[in-house]
Write a protein that binds this ligand. Structure first.
Ligand code: IMP
Ligand code: MG
Length: 332
């Protein structure tokens, strides 16, 4: 899998951060490219410390990995600089000169706009920032003096790395059901979130991608407004151990049981070749911290088998707990 795209299959928060950090370390990823914007937070546990990263790619845990922010991304300069400091990646991170900049005014517009408020945006201003980019009046990374030391040509770097057979990971954000094109419009984010969009934002052609790893959580969550089939109450979610709060905004996440029809659709739109099924322990508590597939109880194995049967795609990773090592790697 020299070039792999990692994407979310539901409404985000499927646990992409953990899978990405595992791959970065285990598969010795050489290049990790972040797409999307500051609205999405990837939670990563590394050496006992929790990181909720909005800008720095999750591959930072591998100290040899070159980190890049794609041309199609939207950079929040303050958050970027803060995270670069926190993760100590100053010497190995690059921002594409053509990435656009999200400014304070975009956040103000997001929070003031009644229709955006109704959608329950994160309030970072990503929609208004993208509107500005489409109007051709956006500030670009190359116009920001503080970003000068980081400017890069991400598509050139990524394509050269692929040509040299280096390990390249393209990191998607959010999930397919938040996609501007394929999601539950108008309750969506301001961009397409599919695997194809990840390639497009990076500047890598679809023929260069070897694997699309779709991350699905063993139950479904959604933050903000919009439909959620099979939604259960907060009390019920708490009882089942499915109650979560958003790593970015701290809001409650709504919850519902795993949805096979949505999973199938996510596989189709993303062209998934592998599935990572996270938080299996939240549905089958006996799975907690199990690290060998043989030790997974029968009932949980049946659920994994059903995911594979209905989607036609192998579940190559199973998440069994919050620790980075609470993961079963089922690849040959
Ligand atoms: P926006 O992306 O801030 O415009 O918010 C639009 C919708 O997408 C809202 O329902 C947000 O809660 C949701 N959203 C945006 N980013 C994320 C994410 O990273 N995880 C989960 N939901 C998100
Ligand atoms: Mg998240």
């Amino acid at each position: 899998m020299p070039c792999t795209v990692v994407v979310g299959g539901f409404w985000g928060d499927e646990g992409k951060g953990k899978i990405i950090s595992y791959l970065a370390l285990n598969d010795k990823i050489d290049f990790c490219v972040r797409t999307g914007s500051v609205n999405a937070a990837h939670t990563i546990w590394h050496q006992g410390k929790r990181y909720a990263l909005h800008m720095v790619p999750g591959g930072f845990v591998n100290r040899k990995c070159r980190l890049l922010i794609a041309a199609g991304a939207n950079v929040h300069v303050g958050q970027f600089l803060k995270e670069v400091e926190e993760t100590k990646v100053k010497d190995r991170i690059g921002v594409d000169s053509q990435a656009s900049i999200i400014e304070e005014k975009h956040s103000t517009q997001d929070k003031a706009s009644a229709h955006l408020k109704g959608i329950g945006t994160t309030g970072w201003g990503v929609g208004p920032a993208i509107e500005e980019r489409v109007r051709r009046t956006a500030k670009m990374a190359k116009d920001v003096p503080e970003l000068k030391p980081y400017l890069a040509d991400v598509s050139a770097e990524a394509n050269e790395a692929i040509r040299k057979n280096r390990m390249v990971l393209l990191e998607g954000t959010q999930g397919i059901l938040l996609s501007l094109f394929h999601g539950t419009y108008p309750y969506v984010t301001g961009r397409d979130t599919s695997a194809s969009a990840v390639c497009s934002e990076t500047g890598v052609g679809p023929t260069e991608v070897d694997d699309v790893l779709l991350v699905l959580k063993s139950f479904v969550t959604r933050v903000g407004a919009g439909p959620l089939p099979g939604e259960i109450s907060k009390e019920e979610a708490m009882k089942r151990g499915w109650f979560e709060t958003a790593s970015g905004t701290g809001r409650d996440r709504r919850a519902a049981p795993f949805n096979f029809d949505l999973a199938k659709r996510a596989v189709m739109i993303n062209g998934a070749t592998q599935i990572a099924l996270t938080k299996l322990d939240a549905v089958f508590p006996e799975v907690k911290s199990v690290r060998a597939y043989e030790e997974v109880p029968q009932e949980a194995k049946q659920f994994v088998a059903r995911v594979e049967k209905e989607t036609g795609v192998k579940v190559t990773f199973v998440g069994t707990g919050p620790d980075a090592l609470d993961l079963i790697d089922r690849r040959e």
